[in-house]
Design a protein around this ligand. Structure first.
Ligand SMILES: *Cc1c(COP(=O)(O)O)cnc(C)c1O
Length: 423
């Protein structure tokens, strides 16, 4: 079995768990992974996360820790910080947030008081839970006011954003989202935030890799604070960063530690440093642009097959498909595609008449398949598989899904994934 070769100690100590890891490796190798927030990290990033750096407690920041023995850890964190500053062109970077949601919570802690008003994009319009949506702590401890997109174009309604900002005077404005297939106009948000004296937080969790690679405009200098995960298009470990102007450095650092967290995850910090080194290489520019080229080619091929795409296409790595006209609910399609070896997630579309747990759309993206080296020439085939899978879902044709699953596994075998053991 491949897992005993790749994880000898784990296989010996815990065969049950090792078998699950091996099964996941096989699944990630055989399937077409289209969830836009996922990726394949490099073997180097994976190795960094599995180091003894995780044994160390390091509350505080480099040079001012509450624990001794930081000779190496301080250098690890400094490398990550300096690389983040260079890659994103920012004055300050904090690489300690445990993940995207706590990073955003730290931004609240730094710049608002409980009960204050914050303005963010509504979750069903493409925003994130942590941008003040009601079921999130950010929407119960703070007063979340939400903007959306225009019904005709599905683009952010800046008249609405400006009107809400003037009327509600939010302390913080969040821009960025999880299901936004178009370029975020950071300059327009920056202008509104300055007018109402709000802190603009650009949450670039999804598009950080595209920004690092020059395939999406940067929020610098428009945003006061930049929040990002490190594990999506940036292709690092699960983690997050908060970046800012020097003038906000103190507030950001204080909010992360001791405001919200204890000891940083040093193995994750190390892997972030590795990922940022990779992101600074010329090949990452090619990667970021290839992700977008693939998404555009996939969108074109889906349009040609009669699919309705939210906003009519994409500028970035993701495509939001409205399946209403196909008469297949998003969840039914997503589950059928999963059985066909194509992994997507069901998603609300703007103004969705259906419930969030059973919405009208599916969300797909190209970061993972691009990491495996698939190019635009393969996107018509990917669109064909999605189309056949959706049609099979509508008819309940399990045999057709099994046939697709075989075709997918055969093609993906020709594109080895970074970080996975080669059988
Ligand atoms: C993924 C994401 C987050 C949250 O990240 P987690 O690591 O899942 O907590 C926050 N904001 C946006 C826009 C995201 O896409």
């Amino acid at each position: 079995m491949s897992q005993s070769l790749s994880h000898p100690a784990l296989s010996a100590a815990d065969p049950e768990l090792a078998a699950l890891v091996g099964a996941e490796e096989q699944l990630q190798a055989d399937t077409l992974r289209l969830i836009p927030s996922e990726n394949y990290v490099s073997a180097a990033v994976l190795e960094a996360t599995g180091t003894v750096l995780q044994n160390k407690y390091s509350e505080g920041y480099a040079g001012r820790r509450y624990y001794e023995g930081q000779q190496n850890i301080d250098q690890v964190e400094t490398l990550a910080v300096e690389r983040a500053k260079a890659v994103f062109g920012v004055e300050h970077a904090n690489v300690q947030p445990y993940s995207g949601s706590p990073a955003n919570l730290a931004a609240y802690l730094a710049f608002a008081e409980p009960g204050d008003t914050v303005l963010g994009m509504a979750l069903p319009m493409g925003g994130h839970l942590t941008h003040g949506w009601g079921v999130s702590a950010t929407g119960t401890w703070f007063r979340g006011v939400q903007y959306g997109v225009r019904p005709d174009s599905a683009l952010i309604d800046f008249d609405e954003v400006r009107d809400l900002a003037r009327k509600e005077r939010p302390k913080i404005i969040f821009c960025g989202g999880t299901a936004v297939p178009r370029t975020i106009d950071f300059a327009a948000f920056g202008e509104i935030a300055r007018e109402v004296d709000a802190v603009l937080v650009a949450d670039i969790a999804h598009i950080a890799g595209l920004i690092a690679g020059g395939a999406h405009p940067s929020p610098v200098p428009h945003a006061d604070v930049i929040s990002t995960t490190t594990h999506k298009t940036l292709r690092g470990p699960r983690g997050a960063m908060l970046m800012s102007r020097a003038s906000h450095a103190k507030a950001v650092d204080k909010a992360v530690f001791p405001g919200l967290q204890g000891g940083p995850h040093n193995h994750t910090t190390a892997a972030i440093a590795v990922a940022l080194r990779e992101a600074a290489a010329p090949s990452f520019r090619d990667y970021a642009h290839a992700v977008v080229a693939n998404a555009k080619a996939l969108a074109e091929a889906l349009l040609a097959r009669g699919y309705d795409l939210v906003s009519g296409g994409t500028d970035n790595h993701l495509v939001l498909i409205d399946l209403t006209s196909k008469e297949v609910p998003g969840k039914v399609a997503a589950k059928a595609l999963d059985r066909a070896g194509i992994v997507v997630n069901y998603n609300t579309v703007p103004f969705d008449p259906r419930k969030p747990f059973d919405p009208s759309g599916i969300r797909i993206g190209t970061p993972s398949l691009t990491s495996r080296g698939l190019g635009t020439d393969r996107m018509p085939l990917v669109a064909e598989w999605i189309d056949r899978g959706v049609q099979a879902a509508a008819k309940g044709d399990e045999d057709a899904l099994t046939v697709i699953r075989g075709e997918v596994a055969e093609l993906m075998a020709a594109y080895p994934a970074p970080g996975l053991p080669t059988a």
